[in-house]
Design a binder for this molecule. Structure first.
Ligand code: C5P
Length: 237
């Protein structure tokens, strides 16, 4: 896997046309394009084949499924039928898919959203021992892998502990990536730079606004890939 293959770009836009033009612009720089709720709801399932035709080599359908077992299984079967490479469910529900054949689609368990910090977990009613995001992330990651997920989504802050827990093969996908490594100005709280997240054990990083909102998105994507390369060197040391 090259450094570029490890960069997942979040297509958080509301039209297929805008997503296609981002794929054409960033296709040479990015390994995986992520379709989230905003684009999937706005443009519908047909957007997946449109993005492939525009040059996306791999697609991550990030719908973070969370429902009763029958609905989850039906939704996962439909998503796999779209030919996506990666998809997400909430980690505590991953057991619902145990034993299901999703073809070549890999399943990732979302542990704790990177927009949530300790204060949020307390306000949501988690007991004191689970108000530290890392504790809750580790608990949920264990559930996801035991249920047959190929990996998890967590913040870079938890990547090292996650790699130690899950071993060398698991996919560890980290959003909440910021080039300056600092939270501020948006909804992400548990943030990290590309090189630090990869050095800590992330197999992939998810980057949206730091590329999309940059004055030169191609240059920003290249800067992220350079950060991934640096992180890979540091993880070999
Ligand atoms: O713009 P930004 O780089 O914050 O985008 C991060 C992307 O990663 C968004 O599409 C968001 O939905 C997704 N994500 C996340 N935290 C998770 C799982 C997915 O931020 N735990």
């Amino acid at each position: 896997m090259t450094a570029r293959d490890r960069l997942i770009f979040a297509l958080d836009v509301d039209s297929a046309a805008e997503a296609e033009s981002l794929v054409r612009l960033l296709g040479p720089e990015v390994g995986v394009f992520k379709v989230g709720l905003e684009l999937f709801i706005s443009a519908g399932p047909a957007v997946i084949s449109r993005l492939k035709n525009a040059g996306a080599r791999a697609i991550f359908l990030d719908l973070k499924l969370h429902d009763i077992p029958a609905t989850m299984r039906g939704a996962a079967r439909a998503a796999a039928g779209l030919g996506v490479d990666l998809m997400t469910c909430h980690a505590e529900q991953a057991k619902i898919f145990d034993g299901m054949d999703l073809g070549s689609t890999k399943l990732l368990g979302v542990t704790v959203l990177t927009s949530l910090g300790p204060g949020d977990l307390a306000a949501l009613g988690y007991p004191p021992e689970l108000q530290d995001p890392q504790a809750l992330v580790m608990k949920r990651a264990g559930l996801a892998l035991a249920a047959g997920c190929h990996g998890v989504v967590c913040s870079g802050k938890e990547a090292a502990a996650m790699r130690a827990l899950l071993g060398p093969e698991a996919l560890i996908v980290c959003p909440g990536i910021r080039l300056a490594g600092e939270a501020g100005g948006d909804d992400q709280k548990r943030v990290m730079t590309p090189d630090k997240a990869v050095a800590a054990g992330a197999s992939h990083i998810v980057v949206g606004r730091p590329i999309r909102s940059a004055p030169d998105p191609v240059a920003a994507a290249r800067q992220v890939v350079a950060g991934i390369e640096l992180g890979l060197q540091n993880s070999d040391d």
